[in-house]
Design a protein around this ligand. Structure first.
Ligand code: SAM
Length: 218
C-alpha cells in the first residue's frame, strides 16, 4: 500500500474507516493503561480521526502522523479547533492547535526515539500489507519510552476470503511483531458485525484489542 493508494482512497471518498464517533474500544480500554495528565500519545496513520480529540481531552499531549494533507487540514475546522499554526520542516508539514499536533508526512520517515508514553493504533497496523508491518512495528516500539504502552486494535478473518486493507493480523503475528521487545497482553477478542463495508460479507470477522508494553530492559 503505497502513498498513492491512500491519496486515491481519500480523493475518491473511500474512507469507510473514518468514524464520526469516538472509537468505543478507545473509550473502554485506553483508561486501563492508566494515563495521567501531561503524558504523551502518538497516533500513527491517524487520518482525521476524532479520537485525537478524546485523547487531548484526557490531558494528554497528542501527536498524529498522516500522509494526506487535506485530511490533516480538515481535522481542525471539523472539530472546532482554532486555526492551526503550520510549519514546514524537512519531510513533514506540522499542523498544531490546542494541544493536538499532526505531522503530515510518511510515518516511515518519522523518528522520535523513546519520546512517547503511549501509542494508539486503530486501523494503522491493519492498514499495512505484511511486507510493511515489521518496519512499522519497529517504528512504534522505538517511539515508546521503556514501560510505555500501545493500545492496538486488530481485525481477524480468513485472508483467503478478502484482501485488505484492512488486513487480518492475528495474535501470532502481533506476538511476532512486538513480542521481542514488548509484553503483549490480549484484552479482548470478540465477533464483529460491520455494516456498509466490504468486511460485511465475511463469514467470520473478529476484533481484538491488545496492550503492548515496551520492556524496561534490553
Ligand atoms: C485505514 S486509515 C485509518 C485512519 C485512522 N487511524 C482512523 O482510525 O480513522 C489509514 C490512514 O493511514 C494513512 N497512511 C497510510 N500510509 C501512511 C504512511 N506511510 N504515513 C502516514 N500516514 C499513512 C492513510 O492516508 C489513511 O488516512
Amino acid at each position: 500500500m503505497d502513498a498513492q493508494f491512500w491519496i486515491n482512497a481519500w480523493m475518491e471518498g473511500r474512507t469507510a474507516f473514518h468514524q464520526s464517533e469516538y472509537n468505543e474500544k478507545l473509550l473502554a480500554y485506553f483508561p486501563t493503561l492508566s494515563p495521567t495528565q501531561g503524558q504523551s500519545v502518538l497516533v500513527p496513520l491517524c487520518g482525521k480521526s476524532r479520537d485525537l480529540c478524546w485523547l487531548r481531552d484526557q490531558g494528554l499531549t497528542v501527536r498524529g502522523i498522516e500522509l494526506y494533507e487535506e485530511a490533516v487540514a480538515a481535522f481542525f475546522p471539523e472539530n472546532a479547533f482554532s486555526a492551526p499554526t503550520i510549519t514546514r520542516r524537512y519531510d513533514f508539514v506540522t499542523y498544531e492547535s490546542e494541544g493536538v499536533v499532526i505531522d503530515c508526512g510518511d510515518f516511515f520517515k518519522f523518528a522520535a526515539p523513546a519520546a512517547f508514553d503511549f501509542v494508539y493504533d486503530r486501523a494503522a497496523l491493519v492498514a499495512l500489507p505484511e511486507s510493511m508491518r515489521e518496519t512499522y512495528a519497529e517504528k512504534v516500539q522505538a517511539s515508546l519510552r521503556p514501560g510505555g504502552k500501545c493500545l492496538l486494535i486488530t481485525y481477524e478473518y480468513d485472508p483467503r476470503e478478502f484482501q485488505g486493507p484492512p488486513f487480518s493480523v492475528d495474535e501470532t503475528q502481533v506476538r511476532l511483531l512486538y513480542g521481542g521487545c514488548c509484553d503483549v497482553r490480549l484484552l479482548l477478542r470478540r465477533d464483529l458485525k460491520v455494516e456498509g463495508s466490504r468486511l460485511s460479507a465475511l463469514p467470520s470477522l473478529k476484533e481484538a484489542v491488545y496492550e503492548v508494553t515496551k520492556r524496561q530492559g534490553p
